[in-house]
Ligand binder design. Sequence first.
Ligand SMILES: *Cc1c(COP(=O)(O)O)cnc(C)c1O
Length: 489
Amino acid sequence: MPEPTIYDISVPGRKGVTFPEPDVPQTALPEGFIREKLPLPEVSELEVVRHFTHISQNNYAIDLGFYPLGSCTMKYNPKINEAVSRLSGFGATHPLQPIESVQGNLYLMYAVQEMLKEIAGFAGVTLMPAAGAHGELTGTLIISKYHRDRGDHQRTRMLIPDSAHGTNPASSAMLGFDIVPLPSDENGNVDIEALKALCDDKLAGLMLTNPNTLGLFDENVVEVIKLVHESGGLVYGDGANMNALLGVFRPGDIGIDILHFNIHKTFSTPHGGGGPGSGPVAVAEHLVEYLPDPVVGIIEEGDSETAPLYGFIHPTKTIGRVKTFYGHFGILVRAFTYISMLGKEGLRDVAEKAVLNANYLQEKLKGTYTLPYDRHCMHEFVLEGFWKDVPGVHALDIAKRLMDYNFHPPTNYFPLIVHEALMIEPTETKALETHDRFADAMLKIAEEGHTNPELLHEAPHNTPVRRCDELKAAKDLVFCCYPGDDWTG
Ligand SMILES: *Cc1c(COP(=O)(O)O)cnc(C)c1O
């Protein structure tokens, strides 16, 4: 029998809260502001609590189990980050307060800028962008203004390797760049010959996801940067995969001009429900004056007696503002906490374990699943989610069957250059035993796929919601707000 919904248990007149008798005269609400048809359930407080607790249990979360969603870096988010971000000095300040009254907050933002500069090897950072893709938009705005300021109006071409994240071409296209895809070579690196053919005075830049979406570090990266720079273009680094590089490699050191971070991924803040995120952008020396306005800086040096005064500085060739106020401050507090707790050695340890874990799983699964680019991976790897001898089974079936084993599925059908892709990113925060359990489930599913493919086709079997009919969902979309409501008119 299905669980009764909160509407089924509604009893006319039942209340969750009883208000005291008002001691002021009651007034009618203004005409036209009350919806005629709003059948709210009438239930007790306990029933409301149970309703929402049940709903929360239908969700899967990193706090419940393994979440190897490739490209998304679903690592554990330490609870201390949450506690610190809720301190009233951080959580209850207003962005328009006079700077003298928020020196601690400004110091924190300044410190995060300095940390990110140090981690990735850059000269300047903006904290304003709201997420990774927004960072890309900010970075490509900088590329565009840089060329225009030099009178290079013909530079309209943006090169995007086919192993890039999908947001890269989307961000460039929003600015009107001509997007030219670059093929990968047989090792999963940028194809150098194809790049050479496109390096001329039309080149605005190249956006490089490195490690790329195959989970591979581009072995040609130095040559790629050299070729782009020689023809006057800029190199944008998609740094969403910094989790693989922390403390080991700094993109700024090899000449990347601009890079965004995905704070919510690499520096551990809860994400996946659509935000809030944070996508700071770092730039090399020659682009510091193009950063969005303002940037946090020291506006009055301190001495042995007084602390410096933090405030806002205004880059001279700025692309302008990209966000109201100064970015998602609460996320920056979490990042500050996380980075401070780990320190330099701890960050390096994060990257080393993230890479080790991914390689461990890759070794256990390759053979049973085809590994199209058979190299050491970085923090994630991509398998083919099908077998030639059971043509009816797809990556989607494998992903759905994993849910029956209580694992979140990997990313599937991305990147597009791998047929039936399953993209697996374990992150550094899981125990060896968890990896073994996951690998066992994947191997078991491969066996089931061969002996009982129906089991996979019909999966998931144990979840609160079974597999939806995606075709019907797309073609026969029904919006509803509450039972009985007719939205079709
Ligand atoms: C997640 C991701 C992005 C986009 O970041 P959002 O914060 O989701 O906008 C861009 N590039 C790569 C490689 C990513 O993994």
